[in-house]
Write a protein that binds this ligand. Sequence first.
Ligand SMILES: [Zn+2]
Length: 276
Amino acid sequence: MAAMSESNDTGAWPGEGLADALAGNISALFGSAVLDSCPTAGGVSDFADRLHALIAQSLTTARGAATQDAGLEPVLDTPVHCAAVEAVTAASLRFPASWVVRGRTVPLKVVSNGKPRGGSYFPPASTPRFDGLGTKPAGEGWALVSRDPGNALHEYVHHLQAVMPDVDRLFQELHRRRTARPDGTRDPVTRFGRHDSTGRKGRYVDEYFGREYDRTLLQDLGYDPNFPALEVMPRAFQLLFHKLPGKDGIDLHHLASDDPEMLDLMLGLLFHYDPA
Ligand SMILES: [Zn+2]
């Protein structure tokens, strides 16, 4: 269950004042009067939709989004798996050209698992965890994409996270700050009600942000076990571009109203960070 304010249940935009403040930040990033120049035709009138459109448009013009091929490959040459490749390719078009180019430095194979939840596995692990599809060779990333359109983007961000660890560290440091207590201890690890997983809930719009992975599993899959909060970055970018499935409509405007720090971090990175 998300740590949301009750006002979100009304479906109303939770803070006009915040919208103004956010517009100020966006203007500082992109130039003046950018929100006024957002597309409003075709029913795009909601603030979150306008902000989505603004971000996508600005990333294209300022950061070369949608100019690079992510170079993805299907695991199996069948329509359902090729559709999964198309979904992840479409997700990659959201991101700065330099990020997609960096993503190509590690091969990413894509498979549809046809399930409600996806998954990702990255080098150097060699693992047989692929639902009868064999063993993932070391040195390849594999993304298992679910039926949810936002999941394709989520799994692609897991790939970006693996090839841009410096960016992931920023999200993991944020997680550490949010789960730190004044006495020097941290919030306890608890089991999440709607997932077969554990983590520290922190103060996020959706508890899945705070999932932490088991050290042994992280080592087996080739991740640094000292940074177990691998869902913060993918969940954040998923929410930047997609409404969360099965989450009572949690959307970008909830992030903007309840977690502007997360939004600031993502926008700052999207518009100013390039891998070395
Ligand atoms: Zn994930």
